[in-house]
Ligand binder design. Structure first.
Ligand SMILES: Nc1ncnc2c1ncn2[C@@H]1O[C@H](COP(=O)(O)OP(=O)(O)OP(=O)(O)O)[C@@H](O)[C@H]1O
Ligand SMILES: [Mg+2]
Length: 518
């Protein structure tokens, strides 16, 4: 007999529907699995037969052919086990209750005893299954939370083969898993870290607020123990909360990387990724024979924090240049080409020299001039050029540290960031309607030259000030654009339509460090 059951495969962060066809004839007993399966898919025969036998079903003594369609796409991993088993049982006439499975999709790995084990990328596969018209999706129980994010389909979390068969014959129907949107909002707002933990450093906090409002990259530079790491870790708490769509996008990447904790449906808070400086370029941008997302994609819609920037290998930091511009990364391997989104905010921190005290007002620096140069030259000009804001984090005085003043909370800062973003978004929306072909963006950091021409025209004093700065700082054309973008964000925080000279002045302050150190 012939049967067809649906499952789903993965290509990058996108899923695709796979038809698992099974044909059983009473010719010479044999088992064949075709349709470009990799080794893990081929091994599913052993898991399927053992799961059947351990649940009281004999593996059919017949000629069995299983085809995974479309036959021209590579099938990887163990997630087809469940669909292969159901297709086989259907073709062998072993399923009781004759369930209607024309719009059902099965995803999951089997253990030898018939337990349904979690797999990576369930969210991406469920989105594809829904788009292909599936209405019921059976997933491993531990992936049900993540799958339930897909609305308009019934998601069934399956613990083992016995539970699934009991669902089909009606003896113990499985309750569909339902996603709780209210909980998503509540979780998104919660965080253990807060800006009010950080004493003083008002100048740095202001710079981080500007960075958050415009989505600008930022470099913190200063002696050890001044709170650089502490401040950077708190940046996600002042970024606008993730929208549902952003959360889904980020979750897809975490899902295919197998990084979603058990029972978690969505990545509700903006990711904060802080990879160690010994990392390799492929683990930063993604790669491997079966390309996996790197840290820059895991940080999608959130923050990538590179602490001790000069300690990173130069080839690692240089690999950031292209994704920083494109906000996505394409990895080419023999097994194919995949593109992963990587819209992250780069936050980097560093000491100004090896001993850490170059430029410190009281603590003497023990480094030689040449060593300081060498230390700083580990970060290339083009990378520094891509970091819109650079601030010095200096040591706190005893009074600042011990003063009982209450610092602003993250919620207060975030309210201003949100207001500035809304102000900018409205402007971008109107412009996209009025100017055909102008892409719709929502962060000032993403403004193209066309956007700059529309929204960052300077007049009078502001224009003069910028001209002076251009000559004095020896800016590149890119540096000039970046300064304008930061000034635009400062004006947005101020609620101003036009960029005034005070906004330009503050933007210049925020990028004068490359003159001092580089
Ligand atoms: N402004 C501050 N307010 C409160 N505590 C602070 C502040 N700055 C530093 N600290 C304390 O000092 C510790 C060290 O700070 P942090 O690790 O952020 O320093 P750093 O600048 O990253 O140093 P390094 O250059 O060595 O990495 C913090 O964990 C915190 O306890
Ligand atoms: Mg640190």
């Amino acid at each position: 007999m012939l049967s067809i059951i649906y499952s789903a495969g993965l290509s990058g962060i996108d899923g695709f529907l796979v038809g698992v066809e099974c044909n059983i004839t009473d010719k010479m007993p044999q088992f064949e699995l075709i349709g470009l399966p990799d080794a893990a898919v081929k091994e599913s025969k052993e898991r399927v037969s053992s799961a059947m036998e351990n649940n009281g079903f004999g593996f059919p003594e017949a000629s069995i052919t299983i085809n995974l369609a479309p036959a021209d796409r590579k099938k990887e991993g163990s997630s087809y086990d469940l669909a292969i088993l159901i297709s086989l049982m259907c073709a062998a006439g072993m399923l009781r209750g004759s369930p209607e499975l024309g719009h059902a999709c099965f995803i999951g790995e089997l253990s030898l005893s018939g337990e349904v084990r979690p797999v990576n990328g369930v969210l991406c596969m469920c989105l594809a299954a829904k788009a292909a018209g599936m209405t019921e999706i059976f997933v491993p129980k531990r992936n049900a939370g993540e799958a339930s994010v897909v609305e308009g389909v019934n998601i069934y979390g399956v613990s083992d083969l016995r539970a699934l068969l009991a669902h089909f014959d009606g003896t113990a129907p499985i309750e569909p898993t339902v996603f709780d949107r209210a909980r998503f909002r509540a979780e998104a707002a919660r965080s253990q870290l807060d800006f009010s933990d950080v004493k003083g450093q008002e100048k740095v906090k202001r710079a981080l607020e500007i960075a958050a409002a415009g989505g600008h990259n930022i470099l913190l530079i200063g002696p050890p123990g001044t709170g650089k790491s502490m401040l950077a870790k708190r940046l996600p708490t002042i970024l606008p909360e993730m929208t549902f769509e952003e959360a889904v996008e980020t979750t897809k990447i975490h899902s295919i990387s197998g990084m979603l904790p058990d029972g978690v449906s969505l990545v509700t808070r903006r990711p904060f990724r802080a990879p160690h400086h010994t990392m390799s370029a492929p683990s930063l941008v993604g790669g491997g024979s079966n390309p996996k997302p790197g840290e820059i994609s895991l940080a999608h819609n959130g923050v990538l924090f590179l602490d001790e920037l000069p300690e990173f290998n130069k080839n690692v930091t240089e690999a950031l240049r292209q994704p920083l511009e494109d906000r996505s990364v394409t990895i080419t391997r023999t097994s194919g080409k995949v593109t992963y989104p990587s819209a992250f905010m780069l936050v980097a921190a560093m000491n100004p020299c090896k001993c850490g005290y170059y430029g410190h007002p009281t603590h003497p620096c023990t480094c030689k001039k040449a060593d300081i140069k060498k230390y700083l030259s580990k970060i290339s000009g083009p990378l520094i050029d891509r970091i819109d804001i650079q601030v010095e984090v200096s040591s706190l005085t005893f009074d600042e540290l011990s003063a009982p003043v209450k610092s602003e909370t993250s919620a207060e800062i975030r309210a201003r960031v949100n207001r500035a973003r809304r102000f900018a978004c409205r402007r971008f929306e109107e412009a996209a309607e009025e100017n055909t072909g102008l892409p719709l963006i929502c962060r000032n950091a993403d403004m193209s030259t066309r956007h700059l021409g529309l929204f960052c025209r300077l007049e009078g004093e502001a224009a003069d000030l910028l001209k002076q700065a251009y000559d004095r700082l020896g800016l590149s054309a890119r540096g000039y654009d970046r300064l304008l973008r930061v000034a635009r964000t400062i004006a947005d925080l101020d609620g101003c339509e036009s960029i005034e000279s005070r906004h330009i002045a503050e933007a210049i302050q925020l990028r004068s460090l490359d003159r001092k150190y580089w």
